[in-house]
Ligand binder design. Structure first.
Ligand code: NAP
Length: 484
């Protein structure tokens, strides 16, 4: 199947922090892929802006090297890369000073879509927003894209929202959570709301529990000092896992529109119960044969920050009352794997007397790797021996099922950037959503800080601390195996 490319209007995208890690690793290679698929009109421009003293030619060299390093297979297409680079400009700009703003204003066009990507530290968001206005570079239809972390608690998130609101309307602000740009995450909504099969079962009458796992094999090495100030709860749960939880649990919106979807997500966050301390397990990875411990990576021998967290949450509404949602995420685990699994209840009564095993249908949505879905159904075990039953997967890997689409190569970032250009906010977090998420997270963090909770040590390459297993075992359930 050939992927359909929806054209976009001519745009100017200014990337503040255009020389930084995120721009080189994700944003610019992503834009190049969109260019290759014909989604970057010839008169569109990408303008890098940072303090580094470069001219446009020097910037193009930097971007060429970045695409070479991070761009994947498409790096070979030299002629096309030249054509893409020709659409790039660079202006040295200091977010905190006056340098460069007049030059940036001189480049500004008012008759095209204008977007400003704040790929810089959040402490610079206010400076950028203010100077974009005072220099008349942003207009009422301009869009700004802001990166995570959006605050580190409710107060700082409110402050950040208030700062941006001084210069931009909510309809102009695109808060990125790249998890929402993943193909499978959007598929979650297609599966739920595009099929009649699942919706009648999607409630506490038929669902036993739901598991959300985001497991990583990487350590925090390299950004240990930064990570140590945040931890898994702030870095992963408050944003990514919470977004997945919202999409799996929300009521059907009246249409797939930005506010309709975000209103429903917000209701889920507001209905989340506070989590009991004994329903939270925090962990820190130990040293391995050739790897450092979390505390060594964090350069903090007394650190109490978690590199792993598992928790049992509940949503207090009619649909989900009594259904546990188990969330788990961590570093240095046995495989890189993200999935959401809906575990349905056992049958009330089995008519098959030869079969004494228990069976539960499960629907798993794999976010990475091998984006796809897997529905476990129960069938007769083939051969003689009576009516014994066995569970088998109805597995669908999207890349196999749909053939030669651009699923594998389309990264979440490029999809989301194109949504910004189209003016579609559906897959971006609204200000009140972010604040509600911090409003739920803050007391949990304050709780373990007040208790001086010490994270449990776990083996690198394992599934996390033993206590995380117990979280489910003591309720006669078990986590899905973390496997690549
Ligand atoms: P980075 O590598 O440190 O890059 C920061 C960028 O900001 C550089 O281009 C830097 O260029 C520019 N900058 C710094 N001070 C400036 C100033 N006063 N005026 C103008 N430009 C300035 O950081 P990053 O990793 O790209 O991260 C950028 C943002 O994305 C952060 O908010 C981060 O939390 C978020 N993020 C990053 C990743 C990732 O994978 N890297 C993932 C998720 C979110 P000059 O030094 O030349 O000015």
């Amino acid at each position: 199947m050939v992927a359909r490319v929806i054209p976009v209007n001519t745009f100017d995208l200014v990337i503040f922090g255009g020389t930084g890690d995120l721009a080189r690793r994700k944003i610019l290679p992503g834009l190049f892929r969109r260019f290759l698929s014909g989604q970057m009109p010839a008169d569109s421009r990408v303008i890098g802006a940072a303090r580094s003293d470069l001219n446009s030619a020097g910037y193009r060299d930097m971007v060429r090297a970045a695409i070479d390093e991070f761009g994947g297979d498409e790096k070979a297409e030299t002629k096309k890369l030249d054509a893409f680079l020709a659409q790039l400009e660079y202006v040295p700009v200091d977010a905190k000073g006056d340098g460069g703003w007049k030059e940036l204003a001189a480049l500004s066009r008012t008759d095209v879509v204008r977007a400003f990507y704040f790929s810089v530290a959040p402490s610079l968001f206010g400076d950028l927003a203010e100077r974009l206005h005072t220099h008349g570079i942003a207009g009422p239809k301009s869009r700004i894209v802001v990166e995570k972390p959006f605050g580190r608690d409710l107060d700082s998130a409110k402050e950040l929202n208030a700062t941006l609101a001084q210069h931009f309307d909510e309809s102009q602000i695109y808060r990125i959570d790249h998890y929402l740009g993943k193909e499978t995450v959007q598929n979650l909504m297609a599966v739920r709301f595009g099929n009649i099969l699942f919706e009648p079962l999607w409630n506490n009458h038929y669902v036993d529990h739901i598991q959300i796992t985001v497991a990583e094999t990487v350590s925090v090495g390299g950004r240990g000092a930064y990570y140590d100030r945040s931890g898994a709860m702030r870095d992963m749960v408050q944003n990514h896992l919470m977004q997945l939880l919202c999409l799996i649990a929300m009521e059907p919106p009246s249409k797939f529109g930005a506010d309709e979807v975000r209103d429903e997500k917000l209701k889920v966050i507001r209905a989340l119960q506070q989590v009991e301390p004994h329903h939270i397990v925090r962990g820190q990875y130990d040293a391995g044969k050739d790897t450092q411990s979390y505390r060594e990576d964090a350069e903090n021998p007394r650190s109490f920050t978690e590199s792993f967290i598992a928790m049992r949450c509940e949503i207090a509404n009619w649909r989900w009352s009594g259904v546990p949602f188990y969330l788990r995420t961590g570093k240095m685990l046995k495989a890189r794997s993200s999935e959401i699994t809906v575990v349905f209840k056992e049958l009330g009564h089995s008519i098959f007397e030869d079969d004494d095993t228990s069976h539960q249908n499960t629907l798993s949505i794999r976010l990475q790797p091998n984006e796809g879905m897997d529905l476990q159904v129960t069938i007769k075990e083939p051969g003689p021996g009576g009516m014994r039953l066995v569970d088998v997967p109805l597995d669908m890997t999207f890349a196999e099922a749909l053939g030669d689409t651009d699923i594998e190569v389309t990264d979440a970032y490029e999809r989301l950037i194109m949504d910004v250009i189209r003016g579609n906010q559906t897959l971006f977090m609204r200000g009140d959503e972010v604040e509600a998420a911090w409003g739920w997270t803050d007391p949990i963090i304050q709780g373990w800080e007040a208790r001086n909770d010490v994270p449990k040590i776990y083996e690198p390459g394992s599934s996390g601390p033993e206590d995380a297993m117990m979280l489910l075992h003591r309720e006669n359930r078990k986590w899905r195996n973390i496997k690549a």
